[in-house]
Design a protein around this ligand. Structure first.
Ligand code: NAD
Length: 254
């Protein structure tokens, strides 16, 4: 039973890419609301351990999600640490630029890595989660998609947009097919969020280039995204399933 002010109490939640950016904000918010986070990191062990110390409960797990077996091994480790897992937040992602003028090798390796990290690893984790949730009375999946996957994307990062469109579609398929087992899936589609991913873009093109077509003139903060994800994970939310939640300051309205 969730406690007062702790609507996520009793939930073990695996968050990928959790050592920084949106993932770290999600971990903080989930912990504040009573969940126990399973903090996956790629390289920055120190940041992950510092975050764990800050939130006070949970575990950290290393995994390279560009390795074809990385996601499956991560799930096994998470299961052995936590036992029952109640929710999965597929947050880890990369945004790599490659132009059509780049050589074929650079083009293909960028597309392959982008799909490996942004789609295939989340898909493997969704598969594991669905199998686990089916046997244990249900669970929730939140996938970090993007506005880029909804409206098409920059010429230099078409692979990124394509991975996010596919992740969005996967989310809908899960919602359509596994609801009868108590399994829910929701996609979050932010425009720019002020993290390292966005800072790289700002450093090269300037903030104005990023916010020019955002009516509110600002990027989202990671904490805003985290708040919505925690809300999605509340056990009181039954009908919020299969949705794509747009968080883009009004820059893409459907
Ligand atoms: P970030 O670059 O700050 O963090 C990404 C995280 O993913 C990092 O913790 C990184 O270690 C992890 N990661 C990347 N490659 C990995 C690998 N091979 N193995 C394991 N972990 C790996 O990015 P962010 O802005 O916090 O983005 C989080 C999610 O939100 C991503 O899926 C991103 O595509 C999505 N998103 C971000 C924005 C934005 O503007 N920042 C907008 C829309 C969607």
């Amino acid at each position: 039973m969730a406690g007062v002010g702790k609507p996520l109490q009793g939930q073990n939640v695996l968050v990928t890419g959790a050592s920084r950016g949106i993932g770290a904000a999600v971990v903080r918010q989930l912990a504040r609301e009573g969940a126990v986070p399973i903090i996956q990191y790629g390289r920055d062990q120190a940041a992950a351990e510092q975050l764990l110390e800050e939130v006070g409960a949970g575990v950290t797990l290393q995994a390279d999600l560009s390795d074809p077996m990385g996601a499956t091994r991560l799930w096994e480790q998470a299961r052995s640490k936590a036992g029952r897992i109640h929710a999965l937040v597929n947050n880890a992602g990369i945004r790599t630029e490659v132009s059509i003028e780049a050589g074929l090798q650079a083009w293909q390796s960028t597309w392959q890595k982008e799909f490996r990290v942004n789609l295939f690893a989340p898909a493997d984790l969704c598969r594991e989660a669905i199998l686990h949730f089916s046997e244990h009375g249900g669970g929730k999946i939140v996938n970090l998609a993007s506005r880029a996957g909804q409206r098409g994307y920059a010429a230099e990062a078409m692979a990124y947009g394509a991975t996010k469109a596919a992740l969005n579609n996967l989310t809908k398929s899960i919602a359509r097919n596994f609801g009868d087992k108590g399994i829910f899936a929701v996609a979050i589609a932010p425009g720019w969020v002020f993290t390292d991913m966005a800072k790289g873009y700002i450093a090269r093109f300037g903030k104005q280039a990023a916010v020019a077509d955002i009516p509110i003139g600002e990027m989202a903060l990671p904490e805003e995204i985290a708040e919505v994800i925690a809300f999605v994970l509340r056990s009181s939310q039954h009908s919020l399933n299969g949705a794509t939640l747009d968080m883009n300051g009004g820059s893409y309205i459907r």
